[in-house]
Design a protein around this ligand. Sequence first.
Ligand SMILES: *Cc1c(COP(=O)(O)O)cnc(C)c1O
Length: 429
Amino acid sequence: MQLYSTNNPSFKVELKEAVMQSLAPDKGLYMPEVIPVLDKDFIENIENYSFQEIAYTVSKKLIGDYIPDADLQNIVKSAIDFPAPVHMLSENIGALELWHGPSLAFKDFGARFMAALMSYFIKNENQNTTILVATSGDTGGAVAAGFYKTPGIEVIILYPSGKVSDLQEKQLTTLGENITAVEIEGTFDDCQALVKEAFLDNELNKKYHLSSANSINIARLIPQSFYYFEAYKQVKKFGKEIVFSVPSGNFGNLTAGLLAKRMGLPVKRFIAATNINKIVPEYLSSGIYNPKPSQATISNAMDVGNPSNFVRILDLYNKDFVAISKDVSGFWLDDNETKEAMKEAYQKYRYICDPHGAIGYKSLHNLDANEIGLFLETAHPAKFLDTVESTLDIKIEIPEGLASIADKTKQAIKMESDFQSFKSYLLLR
Ligand SMILES: *Cc1c(COP(=O)(O)O)cnc(C)c1O
């Protein structure tokens, strides 16, 4: 499987390089050179396949013979080991629940698949790989759980002190083993800057075999296409045209949906649902892409002012605005409207949405009669406990995984946000 850089289509690498490098040397994002179409037979009989079989079929089609079948099967089995159920709220609206994994957010799919793929690629290398990752919250927990106890891989997670929720912090700091948390006195941007500088540092690169687990890694995108097929399988029986509404920040999730459609999944259209960081909805109505600094909201995993995967969407459509806007429309809500949407879903259907999913839910308000709308419920509502409980005036049950880490002791290395401290720490480890 060859991939090219969005900045230079003639620069190509194999899958292993794309996964281990994450970003192309020219700072482009990797895209598959060929997007194959799945057999009609598979799509027509998809209800006969388990989720793991679907994941294997889709990844095999994309990856081809680059990874032997038995190995690819093992990778899929270890990564996709929890379900993605559709919960119907009404006859024509359903929630595709993507939070049944260990960190209770959809990022588990990407993080686990990337972990399995990376450990496969490095299994014959004698040096450990050290993964540096900066997180604003959800990514860190998913990456920590995904790589936990993976042989040959050490993970160092940088997070901004006091700027992630208590439960998110526990998810990063209580595992131990091969996972180290570094608490930075600064912002998420500071954490990201430290990681970037470390990758460019000669001394560090001599001591460590460094890699990154950030959200633009192609290994995170591929598995996110699997659950669009899994969702289709569950609602095919209704015989309606399918609309996916995708709560979006960096737009990896939506890009994976567009990839699934390109691979032959029958989807009528997509909705790009955001909070007031509405750069892409504005682009979809005006044709003008105008990135801005992000603004804080209650759906904080979508507080992104310059979505990193937007270039992949442009690339997928050869920058053809008309073609993009045929497949994707925009929708956005501010915080008050998001809370109203949460209340509406609860009052009408007794369904508890997290703030991100609630925006997806509301964007399905004007479906055609022949359409069925699925919104991606990207996180368990308990991850946003305060907002959900105060908005709905209820107490919600905390899933066992989250409840048990609440009592565990935090272990983090506290550090100023300056590169020399970070570098000396890494050199002395
Ligand atoms: C990361 C995240 C999103 C945004 O997903 P993108 O792929 O970055 O668009 C939405 N909701 C939740 C809960 C998330 O953690």
